[in-house]
Design a protein around this ligand. Sequence first.
Ligand code: PNS
Length: 160
Amino acid sequence: MTRAIYPGSFDPVTFGHLDIIRRSAKIVDELIVGVLNNTSKVSLFSVSEREEMLKEVTRSLPNVTIASFSGLLVDFARRERATVIVRGLRAITDFDYELQMAQTNHILDEDIDTLFFTTGLEYAYLSSSTVKEVAAFGGDIRKFVPDIVVKNMKHKFQIT
Ligand code: PNS
């Protein structure tokens, strides 16, 4: 049985993330979406808000669960008895950082490997940061994020 973790900030979850979740959940037996609780980084949504949105948008995927973690990803993976880390690669600009992370994690725990998915072309440009910037200025984010996120973003930025 293969249990994998798809870790990230998910602040907020985008259609790009959802695409990786759907595709990886078809390949592994169980997928845990791990929301990083990073106290040193300012986030728009709290960890529980991010978890709630992820639960809502993955409700139809029976082998996907949502959890949060702090500290090292490999420690979280070990606790969850997961041996695979899933990450998406949007463009060559992601590669350096992702390679460094994957290699570091593998050195920290040789039983853990990283599985990369190339992001669908329609989402290659998409990031949570861009979505937040567009939303902050009142732009239309419906092509970027699920309805529940649109609704919660409007609430955060007090847009009607
Ligand atoms: O969505 P993000 O912000 O690109 O996700 C980054 C994440 C959460 C995968 C990464 O920051 C992480 O794994 N943080 C946990 C701390 C850790 O294990 N660091 C060592 C890996 S180099």
